[in-house]
Each structure stands twice: as structure tokens, then as C-alpha cells.
Design a protein around this ligand. Structure first.
Ligand SMILES: Cc1cc2nc3c(=O)[nH]c(=O)nc-3n(C[C@H](O)[C@H](O)[C@H](O)COP(=O)(O)OP(=O)(O)OC[C@H]3O[C@@H](n4cnc5c(N)ncnc54)[C@H](O)[C@@H]3O)c2cc1C
Length: 497
């Protein structure tokens, strides 16, 4: 590994990979990923990517309007316009030049519908769109001579120095320091701060905690999306998602008595936005005194189900549920983060030379609640825009780090067990579908105690330490935001029903 790079990209999901593909060939890029390249939320995306590519039947204004409705009109309109109007070009580019294979009917790309969309505008690859995109973008990145990609390498510290940063990396138990002129954080979401989540194991909010420690502005971190229909397994932290597209294709949501109930709460029924469906489930659970809920798509027939949802069908079978014959047990769980490291329209954070894109960033496009399939689009559009700004600065400003690397003492004792469990307990109590402000007050004190101990307890610098610190930092910020929200009034109460 060289010691100095123009750009360090942290993360190899769709945001990181697409950024790497947008740099000029003379830009020296180091891309790191803390586990295997395949472990990321991008690989898990099922439903698809939303884009107005069929301008005969769809319109940018409709996509913007749908996103505003889902987001409770709290979206950043300028960023949203950029997302919707620039996104289709990125989607067509990955399809035409990077071999991403979206499903077709004959020559035409096949569009599907998802909750909150007023038009069929979701491009998909069966029910494993994220895997298809990630694998194809990864294959394209591997061909780039200017990009070095290293797995099992975790960013643990970022030290700003004149001309850039020193990055402290944990690699197979060793510590390495590399210098970079610019750093682009594409570290993904925070799902692992909850006991149950659809997110992959990497989603511990590392980039957000690192940026926060550097003084970057963090915005709306408590804008967490709970997916209404995760597979309700008896065990395991990572919940398998029953994609929105299953409801898009007509599946009914049933309560414990086998009754469809959604239209009693919302005229849009099963296709209401996610936060609305999640709240309806929680209200119905309270009404009926049971947390048992099901999706029913059996009437579509075996051939359709197996062809349209091969991955979901196979995963359900592994859990002993044949969705062509059985009801699928579902319940809400943490799914997506709308807030994050606050960025401008070129993904620039409030810290010089630090950029963020993808799920870790807050561009403002989603507002209170993300419209389905807008996040892969956001990862493409705003990671590309980060590269424009970095390239512009590289042309006009001197770069290169001359300061020596900071001293790092990694020695210390191992972490005691139980920290993550305590943090997850706080989150589930204070903020699951509906906020509990009293629990947030108590949770903030505990999170502060945990962080104090982490910072003064003499613990060794390890992957475990970095993630525990990230989770505790994320938890603390969310508790603080919830308490601020208590003063201002819960914006979800003026919801989008
Ligand atoms: C089950 C599921 C289904 C979804 N379905 C859809 C969908 O249909 N449509 C849609 O638009 N969106 C969907 N999403 C959301 C979407 O997949 C994500 O928002 C998006 O893929 C995030 O991409 P990303 O590149 O920002 O992060 P990720 O793909 O999560 O990548 C994060 C990367 O950061 C790395 N990393 C993290 N911390 C460190 C560190 N300290 N050091 C080094 N590397 C680090 C990780 O190793 C990883 O490579 C879904 C999400 C899930 C979980």
C-alpha cells in the first residue's frame, strides 16, 4: 500500500464504488472497506432504483411530488430536484456502460410500483437489484489502475492536517497510517444501533461518529425509517426484508385474525408510505393485543411469485415459509437512515476536504421519511457530485500532506461485554416507530456514561472499540435530537396521511 493518496474513499457500497468510477484516471484513490466487499447494505437492496426514465408516462414533477409527500414536505427541494433530474442519467449510464442488468419486457426496461410512487418508475433486477448493481460496479472498479481497493481495513481515526488528513487504519489487527488530500465517507447506515434491523453488520455509523468528532455538522440523525414488513423471525439481529415491491404487486397486510386492516387507517392501504404503514401496524397491534402480522400474496400464483421474487421466495423457504402457499409473518424494524453527516449539493461536509455520500450523508432529499427506492439513486447522484467538487479543488488548490503522522497508542485493555446490548436497549425503548421522550432523557444519561467510560477507560484501539464508540455516539446524538424535538413538537404528528 502506498502511503499517500489524493482521495481516500471509505466504504465500497454503491456510493463508494460509483464515486471511484467518476474520478479522472490520474487521481490516486484508495478505497477501503472494513469487512469483505460484499458485506454492505447495497448488497441487500431488493426493490430497485427509482428514476424517471420513461418520460412518456412519467414526469420529474411527479417524482418530486411523491418524494415530498413521503418526506412530510421536510425535504430540501434543491437537492431533491438534482436527485430527480440528474438521477436518470446515472441509472442509464450504469445500465449501458457498466452492464447493470435491469429486468426487461422485450426491449423495454420493466418498471415496477412501490409504496408512495404514483407511477411505475422502479427499475429492478428481480428482487436483488442492490447485489446486481454492487457486483457490476465492483467489477468496473477493479479494472481501474488508479484505484486501490483493500478489504478488511477499517478507518478508526481521521486527523486533519494542512493539505488533508492522516487516516489511521486497522488492518488485520495492525495499525497503518495513510495520508490523503480528501476523504469521502461512504460508510453507510446505523442499523446496528437497534436490536433488530434489516441492515448488514457494517452499519454501525462509523463515518458519522468520525465526522462528529471532527466537528462536522450532523443533521436529523433521528430521522430513522422503520420498515413495516421485515420477516418476523424468532431469532437473529439481522431481519430479512419482505420488499415493498411485494405490496406493490398486490400483497395484503393481515392482522392476527387474518383481516386486512390498512384501509381502516389510511385510504392508500398497503401502499401508504413506510412510516405510515409501520405506525398503523403498531396501532393495530395495540388494538388487537397481538404483534402477529402477515403478508398474503398467495393469490398471485406460484409461477408469478417464483419469477418475480426468487430471492425472497428462497429466503422465506429457508425460514420454513412457502410464500406461494403460506402467509409471511412480518413486523416493523429499523431499516434506513434519512439524516446523517450534513452535506451541501456537492456532498461537502462542514469540515474542509471532508465529503460524505450515500446513507451516512444528509443531503435532505428524503425529508422525514424516504420514498422507496430513492436511496440507491441518492448514492449514485451525490457520490458523483462529490467527485466533481474534489476534482475542481484539485485543479485549483495545492494538495499533499507534509505533516508527519500523529502518534497512535493502540495499547490498552479489551472492552467489557454488554456495551452494544445496553445501547440497543436505549434505542428500542426511546425511539421505535413512536418516540418516547422520557426514555430518551434516561437514555441520554446512559449513553453519556458509556461514552465517558470508552474515552477514559484505557481500552485498546480495536475494531470492537471503534464500533462501540460509533454506536454510543450515534445513540447520544439521537437522544439529544429527540429531546430537542420534544420542545419543538413531534413533526410526525402532522404526518402525511
Ligand atoms: C434490506 C435492505 C433493502 C434495501 N432496499 C433498497 C431498495 O430496494 N432501493 C433503494 O434505493 N434502497 C434500498 N435500501 C437502502 C440502500 O441499500 C442503502 O441506502 C444504500 O445501498 C447505501 O449505500 P452506501 O454505499 O451508502 O452504504 P453501504 O452499501 O452500506 O456501504 C457501506 C460501506 O462502508 C464500509 N464501512 C463502514 N464503516 C467503515 C469503516 N470504519 N472503515 C472502512 N469501511 C467502512 C462498509 O464496509 C461498506 O463497504 C435497502 C437497504 C436494506 C438494508
Amino acid at each position: 500500500m502506498e502511503k499517500e493518496y489524493d482521495v481516500l474513499i471509505v466504504g465500497s457500497g454503491v456510493a463508494g464504488l460509483y464515486a471511484a468510477l467518476n474520478f479522472e484516471p490520474q487521481v490516486r484513490v484508495l478505497m477501503i472497506t472494513k469487512r469483505e466487499q460484499t458485506v454492505c447494505n447495497s448488497m441487500l437492496a431488493q426493490g430497485g432504483v427509482a428514476a424517471v426514465v420513461d418520460t412518456e408516462h412519467d414526469d420529474y414533477r411527479l417524482h418530486i411530488a411523491d418524494t415530498l409527500i413521503a418526506g412530510g414536505y421536510q425535504n430540501d427541494l434543491h437537492a431533491l430536484q438534482i436527485l430527480v433530474t440528474e438521477g436518470p442519467k446515472d441509472v442509464l449510464r450504469i445500465m449501458e456502460h457498466m452492464d447493470v442488468d435491469f429486468d426487461r419486457v422485450g426491449e423495454q426496461v420493466q418498471m415496477t410500483l412501490e409504496g408512495g410512487h404514483s407511477r411505475r418508475r422502479i427499475l429492478h433486477h428481480k428482487d436483488s437489484t442492490g447485489r446486481e448493481m454492487t457486483e457490476k460496479l465492483y467489477a468496473a472498479v477493479k479494472k481501474l489502475p488508479n484505484v486501490t481497493l483493500i478489504e478488511h481495513t477499517q478507518l478508526s481515526r481521521l486527523t486533519p492536517v494542512p493539505g488533508g488528513f492522516w487516516a489511521t487504519l486497522l488492518q488485520d489487527g495492525d495499525i497503518r497510517q495513510v495520508a490523503c488530500s480528501y476523504c469521502l465517507l461512504c460508510t453507510g447506515g446505523i442499523g446496528r444501533v437497534y436490536p433488530y434491523t434489516t441492515n448488514s453488520a457494517i452499519a454501525t455509523g462509523d463515518g458519522i461518529a468520525l465526522a462528529y468528532e471532527l466537528g462536522a455538522r450532523i443533521k436529523n440523525l433521528h430521522y430513522v425509517q422503520f420498515h413495516p414488513t421485515a420477516f418476523a423471525a424468532d431469532e437473529g439481529r439481522e431481519r430479512f426484508l419482505i420488499s415493498e415491491a411485494v405490496r406493490g404487486e398486490g400483497a395484503k397486510l393481515l392482522n392476527a385474525a387474518g383481516e386486512a386492516f390498512m384501509t381502516r387507517y389510511d385510504e392508500r392501504g398497503e401502499l401508504a408510505p413506510r412510516d405510515v404503514v409501520s405506525r398503523c401496524i403498531i396501532e393495530e397491534a395495540q388494538r388487537q393485543g397481538s404483534e402477529k402480522f402477515y403478508l398474503d400474496i398467495r393469490y398471485k400464483g406460484e409461477a408469478f411469485i417464483k419469477d418475480r421474487f426468487p430471492m425472497i421466495y428462497a429466503r422465506c423457504l429457508e425460514e420454513g415459509v412457502d410464500m406461494t402457499k403460506d402467509l409471511i409473518p412480518v413486523f416493523p424494524c429499523q431499516h434506513y437512515l434519512m439524516g446523517g453527516i450534513d452535506v451541501g449539493l456537492f456532498s461537502n461536509t462542514t469540515v474542509d476536504r471532508l465529503y460524505a455520500a450515500g446513507e451516512c450523508a444528509h443531503t435532505g432529499v428524503h425529508g422525514l421519511n424516504r420514498l422507496a427506492s430513492n436511496s440507491l439513486l441518492e448514492a449514485l447522484v451525490f457520490s458523483r457530485r462529490a467527485t466533481y467538487d474534489i476534482a475542481r479543488r484539485m485543479r485549483h488548490e495545492p494538495s499533499g500532506v507534509t505533516a508527519p503522522p500523529p502518534a497512535v497508542d493502540a495499547s490498552g485493555k479489551p472492552l467489557p461485554p454488554g456495551i452494544r446490548t445496553r445501547i440497543r436497549g436505549i434505542m428500542q425503548k426511546a425511539w421505535f416507530v413512536k418516540p418516547d421522550y422520557a426514555a430518551a432523557r434516561e437514555g441520554l444519561q446512559i449513553a453519556d456514561d458509556i461514552l465517558r467510560d470508552l474515552h477514559t477507560g484505557g481500552y485498546a484501539l480495536s475494531a470492537d472499540y471503534v464500533e462501540a464508540n460509533s454506536l454510543a455516539t450515534v445513540c447520544k446524538i439521537i437522544m439529544e435530537e429527540l429531546l430537542e424535538e420534544e420542545k419543538q413538537g413531534d413533526p410526525r404528528m402532522a404526518d402525511n396521511r
